[in-house]
Design a protein around this ligand. Structure first.
Ligand code: CA
Ligand code: CA
Ligand code: CA
Length: 186
């Protein structure tokens, strides 16, 4: 059974992946995320991003689309994560997620996520609003989130920390846990 805090975070994650705010997650959301992330980048980069996100979508559909209608609604989403967590299968998902996250957002590929790289993630996934629109992006909240995630307070997040933050995001029932902030406020 998911605890209330876990559930709240998973609903937050659902809303992030529901990029077009249609109330369900489907392949269009993943295409949209790829386009947002690839905006202004060369075609070959965008093409690879699209392929990556479609793979991600297929994996998620496999896990969560219980009634096989090519859409994941919130009930299916929560049930899938509940099962992944209770069966212990989430650990593998977290390892894949962490690796994928570094591939996508560690722009200079040095194994560390800096605040600038986290900023790209925040924009693509619309974690805090549009930073280029006046009044839309609470920059103190964004910086506060990164400061919480920067567990060693050394200005970046490394692979091991990222795994820990992901684990805490999915498992932790402690409101003061830094990993809760991985996808912005919740
Ligand atoms: Ca959607
Ligand atoms: Ca479905
Ligand atoms: Ca980096």
């Amino acid at each position: 059974m998911l605890k209330p805090l876990q559930q709240r975070k998973l609903i937050r994650l659902f809303n992030i992946y529901d990029a077009d705010n249609s109330g369900e997650v489907n392949r269009f959301d993943f295409e949209l995320l790829a386009y947002k992330l690839g905006r202004g980048k060369p075609w070959s980069v965008l093409r690879d991003l699209k392929a990556k996100y479609l793979d991600l979508w297929r994996e998620l559909r496999e896990i969560a689309d219980k009634n096989e209608d090519d859409r994941i609604n919130l009930d299916e989403w929560l049930e899938a994560y509940d099962k992944l967590i209770s069966s212990g299968k989430l650990e593998k998902v977290i390892l894949d997620l962490t690796q994928g996250f570094l591939q996508l957002f560690d722009a200079d590929q040095n194994g560390h996520i800096t605040i600038d790289e986290y900023f790209d993630f925040a924009i693509a996934y619309d974690l805090f609003g549009d930073p280029y629109q006046a009044g839309s992006f609470p920059h103190h909240k964004f910086e506060e989130a990164f400061t919480k995630l920067d567990l060693k307070q050394n200005g970046y997040i490394d692979l091991e920390q990222l795994r820990q933050l992901n684990r805490d995001f999915f498992y932790s029932d402690d409101p003061s846990c830094p990993g809760n902030w991985l996808f912005g406020w919740y």
